[in-house]
Design a protein around this ligand. Structure first.
Ligand code: URA
Length: 249
């Protein structure tokens, strides 16, 4: 994301737009160590280091990235054994992942520094829908949809909240999210869409285990109002629209 230097400095609270223009013109501002005098020059707040009179300037306010998580990364700020999703976002904004996907799960994960938003999206009381695309070891049976809609005993104190199951048809657009190796290799009923309202540990895998199926591939396609863009490659992230994040508040 590129913005004008004077807007960046004004947003960061350095002064009004005309004050920061004067500050820039008197040669007090550096971008990556180089003095600049043009207020209209474009900067990337994620990658450029901007300083006024030698002090680094950070944007105020919250920021949220939507990342297409690849398998093999854990959803933690730090981990001693595995690479984390933080590798894919800027390092200087106190960011953390909103909830967790398993190491082998792909798909939409939010990374933010907005604690209130994270709480709102994760609270079981908020009932935020999360839709997963799963490939099962054997085809799902039609009766699972009614079973899941009642809530499932997966060995916790309480059964799950009602969940929505759709067995995919061959022309369902969501199948476009599957890796190529599955495009021709699936039996009817092996690909399913499950929408859950909670985020319990291994929830999707445990729900299918409860009906005698194992999940062999899992991808999160949506989280509340946010949908994983089909064009977003694994490891790529985009900045989220704050209005979408406050929808349903
Ligand atoms: N349910 C799972 O089993 N795994 C995930 O990563 C997310 C939901």
């Amino acid at each position: 994301m590129q913005i004008r230097l004077d807007k960046f400095l004004a947003d960061a609270g350095i002064g009004t737009r005309s004050e920061v223009k004067r500050i820039i013109k008197r040669k007090s501002v550096t971008i990556n160590g180089i003095y600049v005098v043009k207020p209209e020059i474009k900067v990337n707040p994620d990658t450029d280091e901007i300083a006024v009179d030698g002090s680094a300037v950070a944007l105020r306010g919250s920021v949220t990235y939507l990342l297409h998580k690849p398998a093999g990364y854990v959803c933690a700020v730090k981990d001693s054994r595995f690479p984390t999703v933080m590798e894919f976002v800027p390092q200087n904004r106190d960011l953390f992942p909103v909830g967790r996907l398993d190491k082998d799960t792909e798909g939409l994960i939010l990374i933010t520094n907005d604690g209130m938003m994270a709480h709102r999206m994760l609270s079981p009381r908020s009932h935020v829908d999360k839709m997963y695309l799963a490939v099962l070891d054997r085809p799902a049976e039609k009766k699972y949809a009614a079973f899941f809609s009642e809530g499932v005993d997966i060995g916790d104190d309480m059964p799950t909240l009602p969940a929505g199951l759709k067995i995919c048809d061959t022309d369902d657009p969501e199948l476009a999210y599957l890796p190529k190796e599955y495009h021709t290799a699936l039996c009817p009923g092996q690909a399913v869409l499950l929408t859950i309202q909670e985020g319990r540990y291994h929830q999707v895998k445990r729900m299918f285990h409860a009906v005698g199926r194992e999940v062999v591939y899992l991808k999160r396609l949506s989280f509340g109002p946010l949908v994983l863009p089909l064009s977003l490659k694994k490891g790529e992230s985009i900045l989220c629209d704050p209005e979408k994040l406050s929808a349903g508040r």
